[in-house]
Design a protein around this ligand. Structure first.
Ligand code: UD1
Ligand code: CA
Length: 497
């Protein structure tokens, strides 16, 4: 499309959000509201994008520039109406502004808008060679919208705003979505003719329709079937409603693309998530941010992953993860917490009640139970015993622990960083590792065990504990002759139990 300019209006206050965050910056489906609009606008590849900012422009301006670095920001100091806002946009372009071609005006608060819809609308506008085209919609409750006034031939004559409409005009169900297309030359001329002689005392952009008609120029309306694409969120209830609808659309699209979603109603997938074919998502799962899931992976139930990368065939159950990478065929959970910088190798395991942070866990390495792994490097094929704490913090600074490959560490260990455990080394249960363990060595830090015989009978006489000890002693004395070796006291052989 030649010489296309898009103006996005985002100067309004959005007071009904009752928020310190400007309306168009509220997140929905993993982007800001205006982020979705700008994405749709960029899909049309316009020559220029102008955003009109006013309220809280110190928040909105930088956000827009982050998403579209070459967008032109036009400042509207006072919100004197949509016509005034568009005039500010054209003035901000100055010499570089369009004198011919098409100008599309859209609002910054319509997060469901799609690029294809803008594209189709722009094409139709240009093909019909109109001065003004309106993207209109038929709605059940037209309250608050500008109504499309047509004559007996069905030609569009004007847009009349709610407050200026007669009771009969208020019955009209065809409304102005707020998205309009203009011939640039006509728009420049018409903006100078709009007055604020109306109920709100504002410069209405919609007055351009009547101006075009009076000049004998062509005006038309293109009705969008999918009106939700042009719906704005004015308060948080509408934001939640649009958020659910946006999610429904995203989830449906992924199912069409070959992803199994067991329960779409409890599955949330944000707009920038990428899923491969044959991924399975179980109920209660949220895939957020730039999360990427490779084929055959199974995620959920009850799992939240933000900005994570999950490998092919991996399994992630009841897990909360952020900025973590899970290798192909690896397993995570149930009840795991993957914090930023976690990297789990191919076929590795992060098991139940395990928290990991800033750690690389090698291919086939396992941390199966009840552990904290922070600032660590765990080599391929190593097994970390149940209940291991990587003590990475000395109260002042964080330190790293390195465990080599094919190591076997015992249960209930503490690794006091900085410390290194060599390849193929082992640690005994209950070891506190403070010094490096050479490859192949077994580290033992707890003292030799002593059994104080008869301690319970002398210190806890008459207790249930003492009684149990006494009857065990009795049974061992009488039982020694009766029971064959290899058969338990209940008579079953060990291999059956
Ligand atoms: C506008 C349209 C109405 C349409 C409706 C669709 C006009 C006069 N009316 O009404 O026909 O049915 O949108 O939602 O155009 N804005 C500015 N500066 C301003 C005023 C508004 O940037 O001075 C921005 C707002 O931030 C918003 C958009 O323009 O993004 C629409 O403004 P809003 O006040 O919501 O217009 P409506 O009265 O709803
Ligand atoms: Ca509005």
């Amino acid at each position: 499309m030649d010489n296309l300019t898009v103006i996005v209006l985002a100067a309004g206050g959005g007071t009904r959000m009752k928020s310190k965050t400007m309306k168009v910056l509220h997140p929905i489906g993993g982007r800001s509201m205006i982020g979705h609009v700008l994405r749709a606008v960029q899909a049309v590849e316009p020559e220029r994008i102008v955003a009109v900012v006013g309220h809280q422009r110190e928040q909105v301006g930088p956000h827009i520039h982050e998403l579209v670095p070459d967008a032109v920001l036009a400042v509207q100091e006072t919100q004197d109406g949509t016509g005034h806002a568009v005039r500010m946009a054209m003035e901000a372009l100055g010499e570089d502004g369009p004198t011919r071609g098409t100008v599309i005006v859209a609002a910054g608060d319509t997060p469901l808008l799609r690029g294809e819809s803008l594209q189709a609308f722009a094409h139709e506008h240009e093909a019909a060679q109109r001065a003004v085209s309106i993207l209109s919609g038929i709605v059940a409750d037209p309250f608050g919208y500008g109504r499309i006034i047509r004559n007996d031939e069905g030609d569009v004559e004007a847009i009349v705003e709610e407050k200026d409409a007669s009771p009969e005009q208020r019955e009209i169900a065809e409304i102005n979505s707020g998205i309009l297309a203009f011939d640039a030359e006509f728009l420049l001329d018409a903006l100078g003719r709009i007055t604020n002689d109306n109920h709100k005392g504002e410069y209405y952009l919609t007055d351009t329709v009547q101006i075009a008609r009076e000049a004998g120029l062509t005006v038309g309306a293109h009705t969008i079937d999918d009106v939700m694409q042009t719906e704005g969120a004015n308060d948080r209830a509408q934001l939640a409603e649009l958020g659910r609808e946006l999610n429904r659309r995203i989830v449906t699209q992924w199912m069409k693309d070959g992803v199994t979603v067991m329960d779409p109603a409890t599955t949330w997938i944000e707009a920038d998530v990428q899923l491969a074919q044959d991924v399975t998502i179980l109920p209660g799962t949220q895939l957020l941010g730039a999360t990427v899931v490779a084929e055959d992976a199974v995620i959920g139930p009850d799992t939240t992953l933000k900005n994570c990368e999950i490998g092919a065939g991996a399994r992630v159950v009841r897990t909360h993860g952020e900025l973590a990478v899970v290798g192909d065929r690896a397993t995570v959970g149930p009840f795991a917490y993957l914090r930023p910088g976690t990297q789990l190798g191919v076929g590795g395991k992060i098991g139940t009640f395990v928290e990991t942070k800033n750690s690389r866990i090698g291919d086939g390495a396992k941390v199966p139970h009840l552990s904290y792994v922070g600032d660590a490097e765990i080599g391929d094929g190593t097994n970390i015993g149940a209940g291991t704490i990587f003590a990475n913090y000395d109260g002042v600074a964080k330190h790293r622990t390195v465990v080599g490959r094919q190591a076997r560490t015992g249960s209930n260990n503490t690794f006091v960083a900085p410390v290194t455990i060599g390849d193929g080394a082992g640690t005994a249960g209950g070891t506190v590792v403070r010094r490096d363990v050479p490859p192949g060595a077994l580290a033992v830090s707890s003292g030799a065990q002593r059994n104080l015989e008869g301690w319970v009978a002398s210190r806890r006489p008459g207790t249930a504990q003492a009684q149990a000890a006494a009857s065990a002693e009795e049974a061992s004395v009488t039982g020694e002759q009766q029971v064959d070796p290899g058969v338990g006291p209940d008579g079953r052989s060990e291999s059956q139990s």
